[in-house]
Unconditional design. Structure first.
Length: 478
RNA sequence: GCUCCCUUCGUCUAUCGGUUAGGACGCGAGAUUUUCAUUCUUGAAAGAGGGGUUCGAUUCCCCUAGGGAGCGCCA
């Protein structure tokens, strides 16, 4: 889509319904909108589609805003409440009524349901054709509150020229008359979305394909009001690894779930944007590059499966390339959200934070998520005598303990407690005794960290410090 | 059932009719290495099926199969 199609900068929006958290598919839609607007000096607006009062939920709104903030997708101005604009929507409904483009329908929900059932039984399309479309309003019952329906065209076809889906043609006979105002007087989503997009000056509507059929029906509202129809881009859905619609079963739908799993926002954005969009063979793309390169016309039509392995790989890359300080900040921020995190959080003071920062260079090389980073830092959090896992115990046999005893003596004599000095010490010990370096390093690792796997032992010695290191080694000797 | 959409390695994708069908994740092998990881080298792996159009189809058209979305006084 070329920016000069509309003479000014684009105005796009993300319009979630407050029925739950920010879904990962919604997050990608928001990302696409954000990239498009920010990359072209346009506006990215946020609107909460809360016309259904029974489903409105303040916690859900908060969760959605929280998710967007975490993903670092900032929007322009305040989030707009669709419900708050109800008067405006009703005014438009009245105008459509006055123009003969809409009518009152007195059918009850049960009548409609029965008609649908019958249509289904007879193998006909399950669309409801209201008898009130052509009936004389004078016949209207006085004891029933009607809904307002759009008087949609019955002949011809409605064409949606979509930037992703292409030219999609819907026969009008398959489109029924949308309810635009409920019997309780509240406008429905289908009316509100059109009025709001129009009033907000939205130039490109980028949303999920599940809205495609609605678009055809909504187009008739634009036509009825003689409004300019915006450009559309309906992006495909994201499926779970098994190809089915992403659901609770797949473990993670909400962006907050991904935060809790230790993913970085920049990694999730990079992963998400590549689901459906690409720029040649580029895989790791900085946000700056994305802003420059992203284009709606480059989005593919087919649905994509979510691949956690690839996300993990990208996350590992971004962790390795993050600054030590940023990682420690994110790691600490994550603690309240994870199991057992508060216990660790209580141990974080300035000294611990400094240790973490110093340990980061060697730790971030070996972590794919912040969770792994936290797990890898356990040796810093544990107090003596430290717990050892099975593999560590196995390493610490009699020979290993003898080696540790010798090392303890040597380390005590070391004047400069640095990783290089200690490494020299260990290397000379292994040369003198003829023991392989691994035979010396593993017992050390087990004694210092309680595990068979850790960052390089000399870095561990360094970060732990002389006193703590010697004490942990001594714990294994006696 | 009706309408619409989709279909290249297991997964995400590149290819704007002519390529040994490329890259990435994952997987296999090897190198580096104090563990793990990183890094590097390397291997296996794809055009759903059938018809057309064309000198030539992964690419354009049609059919079939499979998958998805929609068909609410939800959004």
């Amino acid at each position: 889509m070329t920016a000069d199609k509309t003479t000014s900068a684009p105005i796009v929006r993300f319009a979630p319904s407050p029925t739950g958290y920010l879904h990962i598919g919604g997050a990608r839609t928001a990302l696409f909108n954000w990239l498009y607007a920010r990359g072209r000096g346009g506006k990215f607006l946020l609107r909460i589609e809360d016309t259904d009062r029974e489903r409105n939920n303040e916690a859900a709104v908060a969760a959605i805003l929280d998710g967007l903030k975490w993903l670092e997708l900032d929007w322009d101005g305040e989030a707009v409440s669709q419900f708050a604009r109800g008067d405006r929507h009703r005014a438009i409904a009245d105008e459509l009524l006055a123009r003969g483009a809409a009518y009152h329908c007195y059918c009850s929900p049960s009548e409609i349901e029965a008609a649908r059932e019958q249509a289904k039984a007879e193998g006909r399309p399950q669309i409801f054709l209201s008898p009130w479309r052509d009936r004389d309003p004078k016949d209207a019952p006085t004891d029933i509150k009607p809904v307002v329906r759009l008087k949609a065209a019955r002949d011809g076809e409605t064409i949606v020229n979509d930037h992703v889906q292409g030219r999609v043609v819907f026969p009008n006979k398959d489109l029924d008359d949308l309810i635009i105002v409920r019997s309780d007087g509240n406008p429905t989503y289908n009316l509100a979305v059109v009025v709001d997009d129009h009033d907000m000056g939205i130039t490109q509507v980028v949303r999920g394909v599940d809205h495609l059929t609605n678009t055809a029906r909504q187009t008739q509202i634009y036509l009825g009001m003689h409004w300019t129809v915006p450009e559309f881009a309906h992006v495909p859905l994201i499926h779970g690894p098994d190809g089915a619609k992403l659901s609770k079963r797949h473990g993670a739908q909400a962006v907050q779930d991904y935060r809790a799993m230790g993913y970085l926002p920049v990694a999730l954005r990079n992963y998400l944007v590549r689901l459906g969009w690409s720029h040649g063979d580029d895989e790791i793309i900085s946000t700056e590059q994305l802003l420059e390169w992203f284009d709606i016309d480059g989005i593919g039509k087919s649905a994509a499966r979510f691949d956690f392995k690839k996300l993990e790989d990208l996350n590992g890359h971004y962790i390795r390339h993050s600054s030590d300080d940023e990682l420690v900040t994110r790691l600490i921020d994550l603690l309240p959200e994870i199991e057992g995190g508060t216990t660790i959080d209580a141990k974080i003071d300035a000294a611990m934070r400094a240790k973490l920062v110093r340990a980061m260079p060697s730790m971030k090389e070996r972590a794919k998520t912040l969770l792994e980073l936290i797990d890898g830092a356990q040796f810093l959090f544990s107090a003596r005598p430290i717990a050892r896992d099975e593999k560590a115990e196995k390493i610490l046999d009699a020979d290993a303990r003898a080696t540790l005893k010798a090392l303890h003596t040597r380390f005590t004599a070391v004047t400069e407690w640095t990783s290089t000095a200690l490494e020299d010490e260990v290397r000379s010990y292994s040369e003198e005794t003829g023991a392989k370096l691994g035979k010396v390093a593993q017992p050390l690792r087990a004694a210092l960290t309680g595990r068979a796997v850790s960052p390089p032992v000399f870095d561990v010695l360094d970060v732990l410090g002389r006193e703590e290191s010697l004490a942990r080694i001594a714990d294994c000797v006696t």
